[in-house]
Design a protein around this ligand. Structure first.
Ligand code: ZN
Length: 389
């Protein structure tokens, strides 16, 4: 049988195998294709413009080595920042999916929510603190020689400045930046309302995004240069990330306290793990109107299977391939309990990378199945009710 891997992880493996560069402390470091563009842009700028202007007559080889080293160390600094978040998160039992380096820097993809606001404060503060510390360390190194005359001391000084800028920028108060996470944690701590706090910090993130978009356009017009538009693009990215988190928080807020067993499909039809893909198609998907089925091995749930899973099996092999080979495997930790609420169900679905999850009772027996569309329907109903329609 296949090893337990989520659909999301499987998809990531298929699409960016080449770009998964390394694994540090048990965390996959992914490099997005967009990162290669920014790497080339920065390395080119350091080598062809920045260093030749600052330090004359050193020869192209020196400029190239200095340019490339600066770029690598800069991204090393970004990685150091993200690793600091991730390691503190892991020490609090918060799962880290991976770290991605992309065009706007780095991003830690964290799979579960912080257990309490204090943990969130530590996780959020770890990155900027690490960047400040690295900045101070590099500044000390730069003092070993006069930075005006020595290109390597100059590089250390420049990297020190970049790290301090990285820390300060990340402290701006708006989700998805660290400052926004700190703001959310502080509000959550004070009010005890996790989702309400997230909505405020996400609204602040949207405002921050719009400000950067406007600042980029104004600077571009004032300076007659396209470069400041970079700031606008970054603003656009922050705004859309804040939008997503704001919407998720609204949904979670509406779903808090709504029990899983009030919405789930009871006594769902299940498929044996031994059934072939052909049998699944013919006897289950063609017969019932469900979009997916739990897969059982004896009395135990081992996964869920959807039409998209079956489609992965080559048509000629449908009679030989068992459902167990194409399903999304699920462990006991992914299953829902009848008394959990729908906000928790949403989080578990996102973590498992599936759109339906089995519900099991105290005895470990399959009690129901809950689909994402059923949860989304509840969000819409409750949203309408909250608006007084
Ligand atoms: Zn950060």
């Amino acid at each position: 049988m296949r090893s337990r891997r989520s659909r999301e992880a499987r998809r990531a493996r298929e699409t960016s195998e080449l770009l998964r560069a390394l694994r540090l402390f048990g965390i996959d470091i992914h490099i997005d294709a967009s990162w290669l563009f920014i790497f080339a842009l920065l390395a080119g700028n350091f080598t062809l413009a920045f260093y030749p202007q600052q330090y004359q007559d050193l020869g192209w080889a020196t400029y190239a080595v200095a340019g490339l080293t600066t770029t690598l160390l800069y991204f090393g600094s970004v990685l150091f920042h993200e690793l600091s978040h991730s390691l503190v998160a892991m020490s609090h039992g918060v799962k880290v999916e991976r770290i991605t380096l992309f065009i706007f820097g780095g991003m830690s993809q964290i799979r579960s929510d912080s257990p309490h606001p204090r943990a969130e404060i530590r996780i959020a503060a770890a990155g900027p603190l690490a960047s400040f510390a690295l900045g101070v360390g590099l500044w000390v190194v730069s003092r070993l020689a006069p930075a005006e005359a020595n290109i390597w001391a100059g590089m250390a000084l420049y990297l020190a400045q970049l790290n301090v800028i990285l820390a300060l920028f990340n402290l701006l108060p708006g989700i998805p930046l660290d400052g926004g996470r700190l703001m959310r944690a502080a509000l959550w701590w004070r009010s005890g309302d996790r989702w309400g706090a997230t909505r405020v910090a996400a609204a602040s993130g949207r405002w921050l995004g719009w400000s950067l978009i406007a600042a980029g356009i104004m600077l571009a017009a004032l300076l007659g240069s396209l470069m400041p538009l970079w700031l606008s693009l970054l603003g656009l990215f922050l705004k859309s990330a804040a939008d997503v988190e704001g919407r998720q928080a609204t949904a979670s807020q509406l779903l808090t306290g709504v029990r899983v067993d009030s919405v789930m499909t009871r006594d769902p039809v299940s498929i044996s793990w031994r059934a072939s893909v052909q049998e699944a198609l013919q006897d289950y998907f063609a017969r019932y109107s469900f979009g997916g089925f739990p897969v059982m091995r004896d009395a135990q749930i081992v996964g869920v299977v959807s039409l998209a899973d079956l489609a992965r099996c080559p048509p000629g092999e449908r009679n030989q391939v068992p459902v167990a080979r194409v399903m999304t495997s699920l462990g006991a930790e992914h299953c829902l309990r009848p008394e959990e609420d729908l906000a928790a169900a949403l989080q578990k679905m996102a973590a498992a990378g599936v759109t339906r999850l089995p519900v099991v009772d105290d005895t470990g027996t399959l009690a129901g199945l809950i689909a994402l569309h059923a949860i989304n329907r509840q969000v819409r109903i409750r949203d309408l009710a909250a608006r007084g329609v």
